[in-house]
Write a new protein. Sequence first.
Length: 255
Amino acid sequence: MTRFFSLGKTMNFRHMGDYGAADQRVTRGDRLFRSGFLEIVDTAGREVISDKGIQTIYDFRSPVEREKNILSVDKHIEVVELGMLVASVENLWDMLLEEGLNPEGAAKIMAERYRELTVEEVPGYRAMFQHMLNKEEGGALVMCSFGKDRAGIASALLLGSLGVSEQEIQQDYLLSSNAYADKEAAISKFESFFNNQGIPVDRKIVLPILDARTQYLDVAWDVMRNASGSLDNFMTQELGLNNEARRYLQQRFTA
């Protein structure tokens, strides 16, 4: 079964359905979506999003990213802008320059990004959940520039709130590597962001950034456990997801 959808040059656009959830339920593939930037250029592209029942897009891109790549969707679709600067694309090269433009430095930077996402950017994830709790119906899509890191943590937290096992959450996360298996196409996306900075794109540096690695996600889980004792406690204490809130999310996103 393929989870991926075709939408022009969009990469990593897929559903998160059919995962085992709490109370012997399963996640709904017609309600849970994730993606890199949605490259929608015409009416047909907008119809793809509408036809899938997506009513809300949670956009974790920074203001600079949103300005460089403007999201075009039908007016009835609500776009919730939750700009996360810590893991924004424009800050990545500054971090790489400081650490060193080499594969080891890139991998170290990526792990640090996941640490920061689960410390400094918690308010953004909390805002996502609070908005979901005030929404009664429709599909939800989480999105960042590449749909792997900021949206990856959002997806992991969302699936976790529904009772999906850590093993299946990890499997879903690792699918992002499949999305960027075409390295040439993926690297071209990096070039569009970074060539304006006067920095050539080095394949050896890009690969650790494109990869979805278990060690990256493990960093995020460790931060949550260290902060709250367990993932469940983190969701309750940091994200405001008590039992009642989780039951509501389960009603919306599982069957």
